[in-house]
Design a protein around this ligand. Structure first.
Ligand SMILES: [Zn+2]
Length: 133
């Protein structure tokens, strides 16, 4: 399937400190990370757009039992980006043992870091990270 923005291009954008999304030309919804169709209307007429690297923390959890290769505890968060799309990533520079519901609604900046691939991955990849603004 031909994609307007493929996974490797999305990863390359993160490498360059750019968050790339897809804006639907039919309904204006932003989809990120990239998919073949609009997340709202399933439209296929999508344009690549560089998104602001900021958002609002909408939900989080503390991971205490992690998958192979990851070192717990750490905080995984859902962030509503300034573009309206929601993305998942890891909170940085925060003590997992000290977080509470006061995190909800806090402004964050969005970045990324390289994470090692596991036995199922083709190699290292970039993962989204968030820091309190
Ligand atoms: Zn759409």
């Amino acid at each position: 399937m031909n994609r307007t923005l493929d996974f490797n291009q999305y990863q390359q954008g993160l490498e360059e400190d750019r968050l790339l999304g897809l804006r639907c030309k039919a309904c204006a919804t932003v989809t990120v990370p990239p998919q073949a169709v609009c997340r709202s209307c399933a439209g296929r007429d999508l344009a690549v757009e560089e998104l602001e690297m900021r958002g609002t923390l909408r939900s989080f959890t503390v991971i205490r039992v992690a998958a192979e290769g990851l070192t717990p505890p750490f905080v995984v968060a859902l962030v509503e980006t300034a573009s309206g799309a929601w993305v998942m990533g890891n909170m940085e520079e925060i003590d997992p043992d000290a977080v509470d519901m006061a995190l909800m609604g806090r402004a964050v900046t969005i970045g990324s870091k390289s994470v090692p691939g596991d036995i199922y991955a083709v190699g290292d990849m970039r993962s989204l990270t968030f820091r309190l603004a």
